[in-house]
Design a protein around this ligand. Structure first.
Ligand SMILES: Cc1cc2nc3c(=O)[nH]c(=O)nc-3n(C[C@H](O)[C@H](O)[C@H](O)COP(=O)(O)OP(=O)(O)OC[C@H]3O[C@@H](n4cnc5c(N)ncnc54)[C@H](O)[C@@H]3O)c2cc1C
Length: 414
């Protein structure tokens, strides 16, 4: 094995990272007999945050022939989202959406979910090299990737194209100096998995994510994502300047903050906090461009907005689908234009989510979401975006998100 690895190798496409974007891209390329090698620095399962999926990503999972294994994994069903602020609730049931398409998905422990996808992709014939880390890249001739294997030895692979699916490691933006500051200010998230002990008394719907807003600061919000095994993912997002008023011990800070939010305090009063507490800081990220003649950035390696609408995995999978479609056309001899065929279509949905996130932190979109008597049609259109159908060219909130959201913000003010 080592001898093989020490020699230069060749393939059509190298994918850096076997998370959701890497796995979907590998499956779609493999289906078309395009030669793919996936380089993954960890050993799966490994922890990852980002557990609440959106219905729109199920169509991509299906297209990649990965739906059966996901359906069989006994993950918690998800059919909507519940929002709460200071006693006001607003429910979005994904079946009441403007866009056609599936209205359910899952709430998944990402370690297990990512491994299920990656294992199936391997079964379908794509090669995944675990504990292999990309350390350098050269585009002088084709694409020459320098990699360190699990034994610490360096080797090289030559490819026609590279897909960077390295998530927040953002390998290519860093190596190629493509980093650009995100327009979102840095925020911190503290999170864990709890044994929730939530009473099954009909007052809590495990099929929905709960998003709660701090009663005193609308920029501070929480998620509660129930899993099928009696545990929940719970986390809070706030500016660091807000968190300095809380314990420097993340577990104590998280519990203090949960106690301040009426609904979470009620639901989690018997919860056991036995698992590690995680944190993520300044996670919003952007690149100057998402593609060139020999590379494309997928998922978080390209742009990550914010966790609030659970859009990360869906955008990651959509980017993989668009990049794979473009590569399939390229390898079949068609002329492709990466900016027109990949970056621009991807940005349609990213920009729709971007406007929602901006409105969330200004508070205006929270007022829309919590509005007591919304127009049925407008709620359905917003519900479509919350369900991940952010690329539906028939939805006015996708075509011109800023204009339509601003109109609705004004309506909800008056
Ligand atoms: C606090 C928080 C909460 C979130 N909640 C949600 C949510 O509820 N729902 C949702 O959809 N999204 C959520 N997200 C976003 C979600 O985590 C990401 O959008 C998603 O995981 C991106 O997938 P990906 O395939 O781009 O990257 P990843 O899933 O991060 O996978 C990248 C892979 O690349 C590998 N890698 C990295 N560097 C190298 C290297 N040099 N060589 C080889 N391999 C490498 C890594 O080991 C990893 O396995 C959240 C994010 C944050 C910060």
């Amino acid at each position: 094995m080592d001898n093989i690895l020490l020699t230069k190798q060749q393939t059509q496409v190298v994918i850096i990272g076997a998370g959701p974007s890497g796995a979907i891209a590998a499956a779609l390329l493999q289906q078309k007999n395009i030669d793919v090698v996936v380089i993954e620095k960890s050993l799966f399962p490994r922890f990852s945050i980002g557990e609440s999926l959106l219905p729109a990503c199920m169509e991509i999972i299906k297209k990649a022939n990965l739906l059966d294994v996901v359906d069989k994994a006994s993950f918690q069903l998800k059919n909507g989202a519940l929002f709460h602020k200071a006693g006001r609730f607003s429910e979005f049931d994904f079946s009441n959406k403007f866009t056609e398409g599936g209205s359910t998905t899952y709430q998944v422990q990402r370690g297990k979910f990512d491994k299920i996808l990656a294992d199936e992709v391997q079964k379908q014939g794509a090669e995944i090299r675990y504990q292999h880390k990309l350390i350098d890249i050269n585009f002088d001739y084709k694409v020459l990737l320098s990699i360190i294997n699990e034994a610490g030895k360096e080797y090289q692979i030559e490819a026609d194209f590279v897909l960077d699916a390295s998530g927040s490691a953002r390998v290519l933006p860093r190596l190629l100096d493509l980093e650009e500051p995100s327009s979102f200010i840095p925020r911190k998230s503290i999170f864990t998995h709890v044994k929730d002990n939530i009473l099954n008394d009909g007052h809590f719907d495990r099929d929905k994510i709960l998003i709660a807003i701090h009663p005193d600061d609308h920029e501070v919000w929480y998620w509660l994502i129930p899993f099928s095994n009696g545990t929940c993912s719970v986390g809070v997002v706030a500016k660091e300047s807000f968190l300095v008023n809380y314990s420097s011990d993340n577990k104590l800070a998280l519990q203090q903050l949960i106690n301040e939010e009426g609904e979470l305090n009620r639901l989690l009063k018997n919860a056991n906090y036995t698992n590690e507490i995680g944190e993520a800081l300044g996670y919003s990220a952007k690149a100057q461009k998402l593609c060139d003649e020999k590379f494309a950035l997928l998922g978080n390696a390209g742009e990550f907005l914010d966790p609030v609408f659970s859009s990360g995995v869906t955008i990651a999978m959509k980017s993989a689908e668009l990049a794979a479609d473009t590569l399939i056309r390229k390898f079949s001899g068609e002329t492709v234009n990466w900016r027109d065929d990949y970056e621009k279509p991807l940005m349609v949905g990213v920009d729709a989510f971007r406007c929602c996130v901006e409105g969330w932190y200004s508070g205006a979109f929270q007022d829309v979401i919590l509005y007591p008597n919304p127009s049925k049609k407008i709620k359905e259109m917003i519900c479509s975006i919350l369900a991940g159908y952010a690329w539906d060219g028939k939805n006015p909130f996708v075509i011109a998100p800023s204009r339509h959201l601003n109109n609705v913000f004004e309506l909800c003010k008056s």
